[in-house]
Structure formats: structure tokens, C-alpha cells
Write a protein that binds this ligand. Structure first.
Ligand SMILES: Cc1cc2nc3c(=O)[nH]c(=O)nc-3n(C[C@H](O)[C@H](O)[C@H](O)COP(=O)(O)OP(=O)(O)OC[C@H]3O[C@@H](n4cnc5c(N)ncnc54)[C@H](O)[C@@H]3O)c2cc1C
Length: 487
């Protein structure tokens, strides 16, 4: 039987897409620079379905690209064929290095008809909310904010809240180890995953439940952030965090990003750990203001949105301290959101920067560098300068408390020459992050976007260790080839 016939047989015709117009939707993710159409798209509804699909892909030499909502900013869902699958026969006996060499030279990244996109979005059930054990059990296709809504009124929440939370899935959040505005106080996704189930490259099912705390190897830690290259996550046990009693949201206007970053550092040095400290520079503020008419001053060089949370009794004091420090270190205007609506509006402004960017330019690349907090002003300045060097505009948002900056390189993807300049500018900005003692990714992952920079960030021995881990999980290179770890 043909591959498509096998898939339809296993999953039902309604769960397999194969016409060119249907497949075109899955040729890229939120990283817009590259596109490749997959050979097929499938929608499993259970772990067993995923097992069947993986076994069929092995039999037909087809690479498997897991996909949640496709909001990856790093090209993690781009369908790329596997260099190794033609050598399936060698895999059982261990791949000879000549197979790797031959495969690398001849097949990597060619046609994508031998790729399959495995959509996890129909595995979208919240299986259990267990408040007594402060955890929930979910399928990978549950949307982050869907879990948040289900927990309303319980006094608990799932802390990781990427700005994409109304669309991105918990499986995608786990596979990318997503962060978000509240990472400063609450940590990234790996800090909130207690256990998981995953389908392995040979079709076996791995289950590391939440009670296996004495496990000698941290398999959950290895799989979180592995971007679909080691296994397909099919179930998650997630930690539920008590919802803070109250919060205050403060908006501080500064003349420049330098002043705003300096105030951020001073707040942390003073011993206050806000839940979030988000920075928007002048360039992005213009787009946000046009969209929401919030009333940011036209001459603002940067705005910080600062949230403090916790027990109501201590919040006024924290808010006064933050306000005083912002004023002392250069804020011209500091105001507190006075109603729930105003708080929501401020957060909407920040969370919608990705959407409002369309007002500035047809396309953009959102970078995801991270540097020591004190180096943030330098990096923001350099990002703008590097943009100028390539004759492109760069605007900035940042999770300023974490030193995580998101320069947005603006361009027009219909012009190939501009695409080349935008990619080069992005690479140079990330190299600048490495030079400043930081890293090429804080939360978006490596995908295809930063693959070439991995050897700048890591020593050959580090990369070799990563390759060996990958090989141990997936000796035939069936899962998400061409991503994350350079082969
Ligand atoms: C407007 C916007 C704002 C964003 N804000 C943030 C932010 O604040 N913080 C942040 O961290 N990221 C952010 N992102 C990036 C993105 O939303 C996150 O990386 C998110 O976690 C991806 O989830 P997803 O469901 O869309 O995954 P996808 O994009 O579908 O997949 C991402 C990667 O995970 C793999 N994958 C997906 N599901 C599985 C699975 N079940 N098993 C194994 N591998 C899997 C894919 O193969 C791919 O490599 C933003 C993106 C956009 C467009």
C-alpha cells in the first residue's frame, strides 16, 4: 500500500490531509523566512494514533515534524526531509559514519515530500485537574489559555504565560521550554512540568510520571526544550501554582531604553522581584499607540510595564518602592493602573506587539537573545545600529528583568534581497549577544533560525554530547531533522 493509503487506513480519511492547497497551510510557522510544503499532514487523536504514524513513517522513510499551533518563532515546524532515513537498514546495527557523510552530502534539506507534519491539536483534552496534588494532566494540544480558563476560580494557575498563550499549545510550550513575561519570578516551562508521556522513534511509549521523583536520569528535563527532535510528547503532568492574592501594574515612561534598563537593575538590586518587567522602545510604542490609543507620550523613548504581585498587605509598599526607584533613575512619568480594565489594557498593549508590528512592515523576524541584565542597554543600542548597517529598521521589546531582548527586524519577505539582509542582521545581533556573555535563545528555541550559530555558542565537545543524546533517542533521524543540533 502507498504511504497515504496506510495513513488513511490507520487514522481515518478525515484525519489525513494531502491536497496541495491543504498542505500549503503547513509550509512554515511564525518564522516567516523559509517555506517548504510537507508530503502530508495528519491529526492523531490518541497516543496509539501517534505510535501508528511513527511506525508507518519508519516503514516509508518519512520524517516526522511535530506541530502544535505553529507559533514557533525559530522555524521549528518547517518540514525538512531527513538525511538518515534512507539508511534505515543500517540503523539497527548502528550507523556507519560513511552513511552519515553520504546522507549529509546528498539528501539533507532537499525535497519535503518525504516529510509528514504531525498535528497535535486534536489531542486537546484536559484529562484531570487535581488541586489536592496541585497538578493537572493534559494532552499536548491543549491551548495554554484554555487551561488558564479552566482554572479560573480555583485559586491556582499554570504559571508559564508566553505572549502567544491564547493560541500556543502546552505541548509546544514544553517542546520549546517557553518563557513569558512572568518568567522573572515564576521560571520557564521546565520548572512547571512534573511528568510526561512521549512516543519514541521506534514507536515505543515512554512514561515518566510525576511520582518518579527519584529517577536517576532526568528524562523530563532532557525532553523539555528538545523541539520535537527526540520524541513526540503525548501527555503532560503540569504543576499548578497558587494564584497571587492581588497585583499592581505600573507604567513608567523613560527618555531612553538605557534609563529604563538601569531602573530595572536598580529595582532588582533593591531586593524587589516583580512578577514582570517588560520594556517597549520608541519604535514599537508608535505601532502599539496607533493600535490601542493608550496615551503613551509621543516623546517616550521607552516604557516599562512592571507588575508586582503577592499578598495584598505588602503590595502598596512594593508599588511605592518601584515608583520611587523608577523616578530616581530617570522616569518622567510613573502611573499605576487604577482598574482591572486598565491593567488588562496595559497587558494587551504588551502582548499584542507581535500583532501590531504589521503596522510598521509587511514582515519581521523576532529575535530572542539573552544577555546579563546590565548589558541590555548596550544590546538594544547595537541592535538598532546593526539594523541601520543593513539598511533595515529594528525595534525592540524585552523581558527586561530577565535580560531577554526581542529585537524585531523589519523587512518585506517578497523581496529576496531584503530577506538576505534581514537574516544577516539577525545573525549579527545574536553574535553580539554571545560576545556580551549571553546566549542566542532565551525562550524561542533554536529551530532552523539559529542552527548555524550553535557552533558559535557551544564548544565542539558540547555539540558532540548533544548529538549523542539525539542519536540515543533517535538513531534513524526520523524526528524533526535539520533542527536544533547541527549534524
Ligand atoms: C505573537 C507571538 C508571541 C510569542 N511570545 C512568546 C513568549 O512570550 N515566550 C515564548 O517562549 N515564546 C513565544 N512565542 C513563540 C511560540 O509561541 C512558543 O515557542 C510556543 O511555545 C510554541 O507553541 P506551539 O504550540 O505554537 O508550538 P509549535 O510552533 O507548533 O512547535 C514548536 C516546536 O515544538 C515542537 N513540538 C510542538 N508540539 C510538540 C509535541 N507535542 N511533541 C514534541 N515536539 C513538539 C515542534 O516540532 C517545534 O519544533 C511567541 C510567538 C508568537 C507568534
Amino acid at each position: 500500500m502507498s504511504f497515504l493509503a496506510d495513513l488513511r487506513n490507520a487514522l481515518g480519511r478525515e484525519n489525513v490531509l494531502s491536497s496541495p492547497s491543504e498542505l500549503a497551510v503547513y509550509d512554515c510557522d511564525a518564522f516567516t523566512v523559509e517555506r517548504r510544503t510537507p508530503g502530508a499532514v495528519v491529526f492523531p487523536r490518541s497516543t496509539q494514533d501517534v505510535v501508528e504514524v511513527v511506525k508507518l513513517c519508519r516503514r516509508h522513510h518519512v520524517a516526522v515534524v511535530a506541530r502544535g499551533a505553529g507559533t514557533s518563532r525559530a522555524g521549528g515546524c518547517l518540514p525538512i526531509s531527513s538525511p538518515l532515513l534512507p539508511f534505515k537498514e543500517c540503523a539497527t546495527a548502528g550507523l556507519p559514519s560513511s552513511a552519515w557523510e553520504h546522507a549529509r552530502e546528498n539528501t539533507v534539506g532537499q525535497a519535503s515530500s518525504d516529510t509528514l507534519v504531525l498535528m497535535l491539536t486534536r489531542m486537546n483534552k484536559i484529562l484531570k485537574i487535581d488541586l489536592r496534588n496541585r497538578m493537572a494532566v493534559v494532552e499536548p494540544g491543549v491551548v495554554n489559555s484554555q487551561l488558564a480558563l479552566s482554572l479560573l476560580g480555583t485559586g491556582y494557575h499554570f504559571a508559564p504565560d508566553p505572549a502567544s498563550q491564547t493560541v500556543s499549545t502546552l505541548g509546544g510550550n514544553a517542546a520549546t521550554n517557553a518563557g513569558g513575561p512572568h518568567t522573572l519570578k515564576y521560571g520557564v516551562t521546565v520548572n512547571h512540568i512534573l511528568g510526561l508521556e512521549a512516543v519514541l522513534a521506534d514507536g515505543g511509549v515512554l512514561q515518566v510520571g510525576p511520582s518518579a521523583s527519584a529517577r536517576p536520569l532526568d528524562l523530563v528535563g532532557i525532553l523539555i526544550g528538545s523541539e520535537g527532535t527526540l520524541a513526540i510528547i503525548t501527555k503532560l503532568w503540569v504543576r499548578l501554582t497558587p494564584t497571587p492574592q492581588d497585583n499592581r501594574v505600573i507604567r513608567a515612561v523613560f527618555k531612553s531604553p538605557d534609563d529604563a534598563c538601569n531602573a530595572t537593575g536598580q529595582i532588582i538590586a533593591a531586593g524587589v522581584i516583580p512578577a514582570a518587567m517588560e520594556l517597549m522602545d520608541r519604535g514599537i510604542l508608535a505601532a502599539v499607540e496607533e493600535a490601542f490609543h493608550f496615551g503613551f507620550p509621543a516623546d517616550a523613548g521607552a516604557v516599562l510595564i512592571i507588575e508586582v504581585d503577592g499578598l495584598t498587605v505588602g503590595l502598596d509598599r512594593q508599588q511605592e518602592r518601584v515608583t520611587e526607584l523608577c523616578r530616581r533613575f530617570g522616569a518622567s512619568d510613573v502611573a499605576q493602573a487604577t482598574s482591572a480594565e486598565e491593567k488588562a489594557m496595559l497587558w494587551k498593549c504588551r502582548r499584542s506587539t507581535g500583532g501590531t508590528i504589521g503596522r510598521l512592515s509587511p514582515s519581521s523576524i523576532t529575535l530572542d537573545g539573552v544577555v546579563p541584565r546590565t548589558k541590555l542597554p548596550h544590546l538594544i543600542r547595537r541592535a538598532v545600529e546593526i539594523g541601520r548597517k543593513y539598511n533595515l529598521r529594528v525595534v525592540n521589546v524585552a523581558h527586561a528583568g530577565d535580560g531577554n531582548l526581542h529585537p524585531l527586524v523589519l523587512f518585506d519577505e517578497r523581496d529576496r534581497e531584503q530577506v538576505g539582509r534581514a537574516t544577516a542582521a539577525g545573525r549579527e545581533i545574536l553574535e553580539e549577544c554571545i560576545a556580551a556573555g549571553g546566549s542566542i535563545s532565551a525562550e524561542h528555541g533554536i529551530g532552523v533560525e539559529k542552527l548555524a550559530l550553535m557552533s558559535r555558542q557551544f564548544a565542539p565537545s558540547d555539540l558532540e554530547a548533544m548529538r549523542r543524546v539525539r542519536y540515543a533517542f533517535d538513531p534513524i533521524g526520523i524526528f524533526n531533522p535539520g533542527k536544533t543540533i547541527p549534524t
